[in-house]
Design a protein around this ligand. Structure first.
Ligand SMILES: Nc1ncnc2c1ncn2[C@@H]1O[C@H](COP(=O)(O)OS(=O)(=O)O)[C@@H](OP(=O)(O)O)[C@H]1O
Length: 388
């Protein structure tokens, strides 16, 4: 019987074996004997064995690479994002973090995209298959209506993929072109719907024509809320950023003595829903627009989500089971956020405490909005109950 002497010297020396790139070839006692036995029976098999060993090593390398790739596409965008952010100055990092929540305009798009892809990590196949598509459905408004809640809830649905931040494409970034817009979108697989929300679209004169130019089939969703509460919510948001602004009461009127409302103040303007809707109806039929009640989104989220899923032609997957009422927050929250197993409420910028407004001013605003609300109920065929 031949001994190890016929085996190349590097195979007898573990260190040398490792250097030859196959440290596990003869790690078990007796394997060297097996080598020589094989060699004795069939001399050409030594070459075959070497080839097999090389192939095995290559296969293991490939598997390792595939594993890394899958990991990167699946969960590690968190690391990738923070890694990218790690190279940024502290202030830029903070800005990017703060602003991705609301808008693409001030945050570097690649950073935002990284954050967005992290949010969708659970829905991609391990290799990140799919392609970026222009949205087939948009939440176009209204500001402070409950648009973030609706989008966060919708993202629980496996057939919806959405951009987390607001792209503001059809109002502020239109000159960037559709390709820029498409690049912001997450990848979708066949049958999945791409969505985004930018509440200012509803009051942007050019938005309907621009969206129709992208696709006349785009489904539009508007979350509407009592225009008086909406105006106060809008004001509360501005106040939180600029504490020195005049009072709500003084901004409401052109002339407080005559009681003339200042309709040029955006907080008031946005709530004239019937007027804005007229503009959309020049480009889209009513059947293509769904109105979600901001009030019911809070009191019965599953009910409103049911209507939205029907409108989007999706199976009703999001139901009562997905929500619980968080007493501390005072709002419904998700039992499990998309891509996570933990309960999730919206952040502290949603559900702010509103300042007390002079009841007379509130009443004056109610009187102002009443005819517009009536017109809006008529146009939409839905009674929202803001004037009880
Ligand atoms: N589940 C849940 N959690 C927290 N907040 C909720 C929820 N559902 C609806 N809302 C209401 O959403 C209001 C903010 O609306 P938007 O998300 O459209 O605001 S924004 O235009 O994007 O800034 C926000 O307005 P404010 O209460 O004035 O902060 C909330 O009343």
């Amino acid at each position: 019987m031949k001994t190890h002497s016929s085996v190349p010297s590097w195979q007898n020396d573990p260190t040398a074996r490792a250097q030859h790139g196959c440290g596990s070839c003869t790690d078990h006692p007796g394997t060297g004997m097996a080598f020589s036995r094989i060699r004795k029976l069939d001399p050409p098999s030594r070459g075959v064995f070497r080839k097999a060993a090389v192939m095995l090593c290559s296969l293991l390398t490939c598997l390792f690479l595939l594993h890394c790739l899958a990991d990167r596409c699946g969960t590690s965008p968190v690391r990738a994002t923070s890694g990218r952010a790690a190279g940024l100055p502290e202030r830029t990092k903070r800005l990017a973090y703060e602003r991705t929540e609301e808008s693409f305009i001030l945050a570097p798009p690649d950073l935002v995209a990284g954050r967005a892809s992290r949010r969708f990590a659970g829905k991609l196949s391990p290799l990140g298959e799919g392609s970026k598509k222009l949205p087939q459905a948009l939440i176009i408004g209204v500001k402070k209506g409950g648009t973030r809640a609706l989008l966060e809830f919708l993202r629980v649905h496996p057939d919806i993929r959405a951009v987390g931040a607001e792209p503001h494409f059809f109002d502020r970034n239109y000159e960037n072109g559709l390709e820029w817009y498409r690049e912001l979108m997450p990848k979708t697989l066949e049958g999945q719907i791409t969505m985004e929300k930018t509440p200012s679209y509803f009051v942007t004169r050019e938005a309907p024509a621009r969206i129709a130019a992208m696709s006349r089939d785009t489904k539009l969703i508007v979350v509407v809320r009592d225009p008086v509460t909406r105006a106060i919510s809008d004001y509360t948001q501005t106040l939180s950023k600029k504490p020195d602004i005049p009072s709500f009461e003084s901004l409401t009127f052109k002339n407080r003595t005559t009681g003339l409302i200042d309709t040029s103040w955006s907080a008031v303007q946005i709530g004239i829903y019937a007027k804005h809707l007229d503009n959309w109806l020049q480009y889209f039929p009513m059947e293509q627009i769904l109105f979600v009640s901001g009030e019911r989104l809070i009191s019965d989220p599953a009910g409103e989500l049911g209507r939205v899923q029907d409108f989007l032609g999706l199976k009703r997957i999001i139901t009562d089971k997905h929500f619980y009422f968080n007493q501390t927050k005072g709002f419904p929250c998700l039992k499990k956020a998309e891509g996570s197993s933990k309960p999730h409420c919206l952040g502290k910028t949603k559900g702010r405490t509103h300042p007390n407004i002079d009841p007379e001013v509130v009443q004056r605003l109610r009187d102002f909005y009443r005819p517009f609300n009536m017109k809006f109920y008529q146009m939409t065929g839905r009674f929202f109950g803001w004037d009880d």
